[in-house]
Design a protein around this ligand. Structure first.
Ligand code: PLP
Length: 412
């Protein structure tokens, strides 16, 4: 298909272009764990990376491949690998590419579980340091002789800080550092990290791409921009088997997916794939709702502070406008001290008290008591997480119903 067709057209017709069985419009769900061959040479060639095919479903499956292809198209990438969760994708990427003695520079505003697993990698001996990635100066100062990877998110959760994405990309390219961008908060509909020279793009498919809160999944996409030919951590055998451009993906698939085993099930891949067809429609609606709600909250006397990149008061509002096609569907806000936090949340009848984000339904969670609870009060204060902070993942409900719910809860 012509590569200049639109985002949604491309996703909708992606399976069919792979010529699925019987002309099916969706790639069928293949549940076989293993694959048999008439000629043993075919089995051997798949093992030795000489031929594409499926041998054992932990490292590859036709239904999952169809989703991988879709994610690659969404990200304008070269190839993708799917995982059972976003966390499995992140863990496998670090585990397969980094070695003892390497340094990873990461944003200090990271998804809580990413931060937590990075601490586990530090405990295992990997050198990971954190810095405020909203400023390129901090990143430049944080790079060391042995820095092999920089890891950032697009819009941070819950504070909505935005990394200096384009300048970090320039720096990584200049220094030959692997640039990993977790694009979950923006999704490939609002932002394509390849445009800021990212090497690898992470997506938690669980969130906006799947979109309906009914399946977990994650992915890593190679944009094709990183030159793997001189990367020192590639397993020597792979260098004799595959072309230099696919060394990164080969290493992540074998050492990250096959060995660590965070495999996406074909059933989940199917659900995520169907969900992804409406990504653009859902994002448009959710972002429009979010901007309207943020504007309402900002002018309300009982809301102390609103964190949303679409507001002019947001410190990186200008940068967000340059980088993203919309400002996202996630925001946080602090309540006035006179309001009881749990009482307010319990007055919400439509908005659901829940920890997920990127669902079609609007979800709210008190941050300090839940997702940032393990950090402790001192660390929260350091990160500017107020006890009254509520994170809101805005869904696609009718805006008037959402406004009505919040007005009632605020006693308007
Ligand atoms: C949710 C999330 C993840 C992890 O995804 P799971 O599928 O829940 O494991 C990673 N990064 C970000 C930014 C997320 O929001």
């Amino acid at each position: 298909m012509s590569t200049n067709r639109g985002f949604t057209t491309t996703i909708l017709h992606s399976d069919r272009l792979g010529k699925p069985e019987h002309g099916a419009l969706h790639k069928p769900i293949h549940t076989a764990v293993t694959y048999g061959f008439d000629d043993v040479q075919d089995l051997v060639d798949i093992f030795q990376n000489k031929k594409k095919g499926y041998a054992y479903s932990r490292q590859g499956n036709p239904t999952v491949s169809a989703l991988e292809h879709k994610v690659t198209q969404m990200e304008n990438g070269m190839a993708s690998i799917c995982f059972s969760t976003g966390m499995a994708a992140i863990s496998a990427t670090i585990l397969s590419l980094m070695k003892h003695g390497d340094h990873v520079l990461a944003s200090s505003y990271l998804f809580g579980n990413t931060r937590s697993v990075f601490q586990s990698f530090i405990d295992l001996g990997l050198d990971i340091t954190f810095t405020d990635a909203t400023s390129i100066d901090n990143i430049t100062a944080g790079v060391k002789e042995n820095t092999r990877m920089i890891f950032v998110e697009t819009i941070a959760n819950p504070g909505t800080q935005i990394a200096d994405l384009a300048k970090i990309g320039d720096l990584c390219q200049e220094k030959g550092i692997i640039y990993v961008v977790d694009n979950t908060m923006t999704s490939p509909y609002l932002f394509k990290p390849v445009n800021v020279k990212a090497s690898l793009v992470i997506n938690a498919l669980t969130k906006y791409i799947g979109g309906h809160g009914n399946a977990l999944g994650g992915s890593v996409t190679d944009t094709g921009l990183y030159d793997w030919s001189n990367f020192p951590n590639i397993f020597p055998t792979f260098k004799t088997q595959v072309k230099p451009e696919v060394l990164g993906m080969t290493q992540i698939r074998k050492k990250g997916l096959r060995d660590a085993g965070g495999t996406l099930s074909p059933e989940a891949a199917h659900v995520l794939s169907v969900g992804s067809e409406t990504l653009a429609l859902r994002m448009e609606r959710a972002c429009t709702n979010a901007l309207a709600l943020a504007t309402f909250f900002e002018s309300h006397p009982l809301i102390k502070k609103v964190y949303y990149p679409g507001l002019k008061s947001h410190p990186q509002h200008g940068l967000a406008g340059e980088l993203f096609t919309k400002y996202g569907a996630l925001m946080s806000f602090e309540l006035d001290n006179s309001i009881d936090l749990f009482g307010f949340l319990n007055k919400l009848k439509l908005v659901i008290k829940s920890s997920n984000l990127g669902d079609t339904r609007t979800l709210a969670i008190p941050v300090a008591h839940t997702i940032f609870n393990e950090l402790g009060a001192a660390k929260r204060a350091e990160m500017g997480i107020d006890d009254s902070l509520i994170r809101l993942s805005v869904g696609i409900e009718d805006l008037d119903d959402l406004l009505e719910d919040f007005k009632t809860a605020l006693g308007d």
